[in-house]
Design a protein. Structure first.
Length: 342
């Protein structure tokens, strides 16, 4: 079968490899759709932490079960599924306490081990979340939606919160949708007016603002007070450091964007208002199930997300084009049926 590999930053190759055989507990799936994630873009640019080359990318996956394997976990051939790509050990203290998303030995498909840029893949059956209603496009978006959903879970957002989401890229957009589901007052801040316009036009965001020294005053005009929750989805150290000036006393900050370095803050400012600082990594199995149910019920609309497409064999030529295009929200790769007809 065809496999696409990122050999080094900026360079993909195509190869012909043997189809995988499922081990006990694994299912064999046909990959239909692959979402291109910020992680993939950073790996292509040579800026992704915890990453080594060569690597077959692809962890946002919409798949079809071909063989549910020896421990099918309720699956059958033909089921459409989203893949939970976080392979955890099940034994460390994080796993024992239900925090499988930050397992001490965590391996993520397409990041730490080879992923889904190939037509056939084996994954543990219990990492597949099925839907009888969603399309493969929608199923491929569940993982990226889970990043924002988990950040909202971490902040324990309620309807009486005032939430600021900083950064209207894909991670920020996913957080926005789950803040809206919880009914909180929402404001979105970004340096890009086109991104803010996307939020207003496609996600119905009422309150948007540009980044700058007047942000705190603008936020007070929106909510009467400063936000009770600030979610930073930028991965930008200047933005992350600036979040400590934006929450109301007793507020919460969630860092969901990742920066490869140190973030510093003024401790008296942090203590005086008794702020809570939270990290958010990946998401959990229940989050996948909740997202699928919300999309099926029409409470999460995935329609605006996909702005660009290409087919898997075209990846070496097409990936650099989307990687350098600031107008891209989400690229989805289609795996042609002909690749698995033999």
């Amino acid at each position: 079968m065809l496999r696409i590999t990122l050999d080094k930053p900026g360079q993909f190759s195509a190869s012909d490899v043997e189809a995988p055989r499922p081990a006990p507990g694994e299912a064999l799936v046909r990959v239909h759709r692959i979402g291109v994630c910020g992680t993939d873009l950073h790996a292509f640019a040579g800026r992704q932490p915890f990453f080594s080359y060569p690597r077959t990318l692809g962890h946002e996956l919409g798949v079809e079960v071909l063989d549910p394997g020896t421990d099918p976990n309720g699956l059958k051939a033909g089921d459409r599924c989203s893949v939970e790509p976080y392979l955890n050990c099940g034994k460390c203290i994080a796993c024992r306490r239900g925090k499988t998303n930050c397992c001490a030995e965590l391996k993520v498909l397409g990041v730490h081990i080879d992923g889904g840029m190939q037509p056939l893949l084996t994954v543990p059956a219990h990492k597949l979340h099925k839907s009888d209603k969603l399309t493969y496009d929608q199923l491929a978006l569940v993982e990226t939606l889970g990043i924002g959903a988990h950040a909202v879970e971490r902040a324990n957002i309620a309807a009486d919160d005032f939430v600021l989401v900083i950064g209207a890229g894909p991670i920020g957009l996913s957080a926005i949708q789950f803040v809206q589901v919880r009914g909180a007052t929402l404001a979105v801040m970004d340096v890009s007016e086109s991104r803010l316009e996307f939020c207003r036009r496609n996600l119905g965001v009422k309150h948007t603002l540009g980044a700058g020294p007047e942000a705190a005053e603008q936020l007070r005009k929106i909510g009467g007070d400063l936000p009770t929750v600030v979610i930073d989805a930028t991965g930008n150290p200047k933005s992350m450091a600036g979040t400590f000036d934006l929450p109301a006393p007793g507020g919460r900050i969630v860092f969901v964007g990742l920066y490869q370095g140190d973030v510093t803050f003024n401790d008296p400012n942090f203590h005086r208002r008794e702020l809570t600082l939270l990290a958010s990594r990946n998401s959990q199995p229940g989050t996948f199930r909740d997202i699928i149910a919300l999309i099926e019920a029409g409470r999460i609309d995935t329609t605006p997300w996909i702005t660009h497409r290409f087919e898997l064999p075209d990846t070496p030529e097409s990936f650099p084009e989307v990687a350098g295009n600031p107008g891209v929200i989400k690229t989805v790769i289609t795996v042609p049926a002909a690749l698995t007809n033999e």
